[in-house]
Design a protein around this ligand. Structure first.
Ligand code: FE2
Length: 359
């Protein structure tokens, strides 16, 4: 079991832990997206905490959705100019993943972007991560996924970069748009299920997954209204972090592997795209694993789960050819296929991919 991040999850986590932030360095580079961190108050809290501790800082607020390597390198150039000695990432998965890559590149001055995808040491500047969505769990995983424009796809960098400090506060979800709440929360759910139903699962990853599933079920009603209360906000954030801790042990599985084509070709948000394949994956899992997940979530069978997904997320028309391509691409990635704790043939993968269409 490996979970090297110091985590504080509480009301006013940023202000309460300003001294812990200040221990990371003298000159912070804040890495975030264009507007959400200003809107939800997280940027303001970080600035307040840094000023309280007399730590200087610069703000790079141009991280895009699905950030490219070029976008990351621009932030690196900015951080070098400002002599930043630690990094604070604020936002959803895009900003947090970018902050990891930035902290890695800033620890390797003079190197080019190729280093992101070259195996070498994983050293990085001290890193603080503050999530403002409840999905990726990126604040507690070592994974950083960037868009590699030349390859027309997203790809994890070759380095495991964990934050030194994660500060989790549910209040940043207060005005989150309902579609982002739904899509990110579904991403968290898929992390929990894919870590649980996984050939590399163990007692520790299952401990995280079970705790996260319990919290997720307790609070899932807020996805219908889109208006989580204070408890729901903080518990959904914790469910997401537990999903991150679970996949930090054994990674994601087949639904994630199938989802990338849907996101890249049809622009379907990550959580919704992964969730499209969850019912199919559950239907092929062992009865014991399937029943465990469904009972935890309060669904009476895979069909009921599938209906819930279609009703809440809308029925997505996906052409057969795109599903076939998703299967072909995943089939070439046998290590990912083998994350399933059951025998997976090409035909079985097709059944998983087409489950929502055929049921
Ligand atoms: Fe995910």
């Amino acid at each position: 079991m490996f979970m090297p991040v110091l985590v504080y999850s509480e009301n006013e986590a940023v202000i309460n832990n300003s001294k812990k932030i200040a221990q990371r360095g003298h000159n912070a580079l804040i890495v975030t997206g264009r507007s959400s961190a200003s809107r939800n108050g997280s940027l303001n809290d970080v600035v307040h905490a840094l000023e309280k501790e007399r730590i200087s800082y610069s703000v790079y607020n141009k991280i895009e959705e699905n950030p490219t390597v070029q976008n990351v390198m621009e932030a690196v150039g900015f951080g070098q100019e400002k002599n930043s000695d630690f990094v604070i990432g604020i936002g959803g998965g895009s900003a947090l993943d970018a902050a990891k890559a930035v902290s890695f590149m800033l620890a390797h001055p003079g190197e080019k972007e190729d280093l992101l995808y070259t195996h070498c040491d994983d050293s990085a500047l001290p890193l603080v991560l503050i999530p403002t969505t409840c999905g990726t769990g990126s604040e507690v995983t070592g994974v950083s996924v960037l868009t590699v424009s030349q390859l027309h796809t997203k790809k994890s960098i070759s380095h495991k970069i964990f934050a030194d400090l994660a500060l989790i506060d549910g209040k940043y979800l207060k005005d989150i748009p309902i579609h982002i709440l739904r899509n990110t929360a579904l991403d968290a759910l898929t992390h929990l299920t894919e870590s649980y139903i996984n050939s590399n699962t163990d007692v520790f990853s299952r401990m995280f997954a079970d705790a996260g599933l319990d919290l997720w079920r307790k609070n899932m009603d807020c996805l219908v209204t889109g208006k989580p209360d204070d408890v729901q906000m903080s518990e959904m954030m914790n469910a997401s972090a537990l999903g991150g801790m679970a996949i930090a042990q054994n990674g994601t599985g087949i639904p994630h592997g199938l989802s990338y084509s849907l996101t890249y070709k049809l622009n379907i948000p990550h959580g919704k795209a992964v969730g499209y394949f969850t019912a199919g994956y559950l239907s092929e899992a062992s009865e014991k694993d399937r029943n465990h997940i469904l009972e935890k979530l309060g669904f009476d069978g895979v069909g009921e789960f599938s209906d819930w997904y279609k009703e809440l997320y809308g029925i997505t028309e996906v052409e057969d050819s795109i599903l076939e391509q998703a299967v072909d691409e995943l089939w070439k990635n046998q290590p990912k296929v083998k994350t399933a704790p059951f025998e997976v043939s090409y035909d079985k993968l097709m059944k998983i991919a087409f489950y929502n269409k055929n049921n």
